[in-house]
Design a protein. Structure first.
Length: 64
């Protein structure tokens, strides 16, 4: 992957969030390859983490 684009996105569990796209030469188009963001504080409270802790969420979209 040499051509990448990053786009703001909405995810209910992270804020801010972004999608990652790569240009697929074989398809001739941009395809989503990942998603990421910062977990919202209320998502971390059930885990017993302090409110000042920041957790990064990310994942690859290899199934797409």
């Amino acid at each position: 992957m040499s051509k990448l684009r990053f786009k703001p996105a909405y995810n209910p569990y992270t804020e801010p969030s972004m999608e990652i796209f790569s240009y697929h030469e074989g398809f001739g188009k941009w395809v989503e390859v990942g998603n990421s963001g910062m977990f919202r504080p209320e998502m971390l409270l059930p885990m017993g983490l302090p409110e000042d802790v920041r957790v990064i969420a990310w994942g690859l979209s290899l199934e797409r």
